[in-house]
Design a protein around this ligand. Sequence first.
Ligand code: OOG
Ligand code: MG
Length: 257
Amino acid sequence: MSRPPLTEMAQIADDGARTATAIAQFTHTHDLDVTDAYAVQAISVGRRLARGERLVGVKMGLTSRAKMAQVGVDSVIWGRLTDAMMRADGAPVSLSDFVHPRVEPEIAFLMGAPLAGPVTGLQAMNAVAGVAAAAEIIDSRYENFKFSLPDVIADNSSSSAFVVGDWCDPSTPIDNCGITLSVDGQPAQIGSSAAILGNPVRSLVEAARMVAESGLRLEPGWIVLAGGATAAVPLQTGHSYRVDVAHLGRVAFNVTD
Ligand code: OOG
Ligand code: MG
């Protein structure tokens, strides 16, 4: 096993995402630990920022048992979200932008104040300006959607696109909301927001702690995705996808081509 420069791996990950081309898992040929994997992620997303994209928040990943089981990795991870990944509610989605995209139901937080480091759930919620239903389109750049923990972190935790619904008041209860992911109006995944670390607020607490380890803080105006509450469902052309979250509302999109 050899250890190439992290910048080279970041370029490979970024090129894979930019051109929607599958790449081989880094850990098949290189020693890559979690710390170095976050460094690769930072450099890779830095390339996007250098092309004019803007950091708009972070996504938490593998915060539910269903998600951990689906991909065979059982550690909470995070990734960076840019403005280029944001899609308007109801906007058409094209499969050509992705390698093998899947959709999962999420809950989004809108930050109203900075947050970083060890915080309580109460402190975290005091920094929140809004909560919303969301759908995340994840796309692992790795062949066959297979990866180890450092691989997925280096690939920006499969971040690729996301849709956020209307912001609701932060006092809206989010601890045990029914969640449905429907395909063409038929429920495909059913769950509860309680599947997200027992309460999605814990995911926000983890986000504040984990980004601080990378020298960042959650900034006012940023979006934080709490992590999929159910397993993800593959996207297919000609189908419509919708996420409903009790108390929070819904988001939807069609895959047109
Ligand atoms: C990793 C990203 C996980 C979530 O919400 O759990 C994630 C993956 O499943 O490819 O976004
Ligand atoms: Mg997700």
